[in-house]
Write a protein that binds this ligand. Structure first.
Ligand SMILES: C[S@@+](CC[C@H](N)C(=O)[O-])C[C@H]1O[C@@H](n2cnc3c(N)ncnc32)[C@H](O)[C@@H]1O
Length: 175
């Protein structure tokens, strides 16, 4: 799907707060490069990784870099929060690329669809569970005082030591 064909999908526009980037940051090797394929320069993935000395390449459909067609830049990791409406295709491509990756996802229903279930069953994946729930930034800002409706986790390959890991989030961390 090209940039022109891409139609805005409301459920895809959930921006990640900085505090949710830290659990993955500490699992990365120093002096490495990261591709953030669903991100612009205001993304907290980009900002936090750059602040900690990683080489970051980023791109976004709105700036003409379609994850599905854009040439893969040389990188050690692929890390982001992908568009939820295309999660199946995103993971399919990530498995094909065989570059260690971590994707922060809404876990709701991720294993429901039969084809996706089969795809994950065949792969060695790692899950990094987070507590409390990630309160994403939407265009209206973060939800205040209301319960975040879904559980997020990082679905990874080649990043975590164990297949199941757990991490508390420090929601006071801004940078
Ligand atoms: C869930 S948002 C996350 C944004 C950012 N990664 C963050 O965590 O703050 C996913 C973003 O991917 C963009 N997107 C959708 N399809 C894309 C594609 N094919 N290639 C690159 N970006 C895409 C959406 O417009 C959306 O802004």
């Amino acid at each position: 799907m090209s940039q022109i064909q891409y139609s805005f999908h409301k459920n895809d526009e959930y921006r990640t707060p900085a505090y949710a980037v830290y659990p993955i940051l500490k699992r990365l090797k120093k002096d490495t490069s990261i591709w953030c394929p669903f991100d612009k320069n205001d993304s907290q993935f980009v900002k936090v990784f750059q602040a900690y000395g990683f080489r970051v390449v980023y791109g976004h459909i709105q700036t003409g870099q379609d994850f599905f067609t854009f040439p893969v830049p040389p990188c050690d990791y692929i890390i982001s929060n992908p568009p939820y409406s295309r999660k199946g295709e995103v993971f399919q491509r990530l498995f094909e690329l065989q570059i260690p990756f971590a994707m922060l996802i809404n876990f709701q229903g991720i294993f429901d669809q039969r084809e996706r279930f089969e795809m994950f069953r065949r792969q060695h994946i790692e899950l990094l569970w987070l507590n409390p729930r990630v309160n994403y930034d939407t265009d209206g800002g973060q939800r205040k005082g209301t319960r975040v409706p879904f559980q997020s986790c990082y679905l990874c390959q080649g990043i975590c030591k164990q297949q199941l890991e757990f991490e508390y989030l420090d929601t006071s961390l801004l940078k």
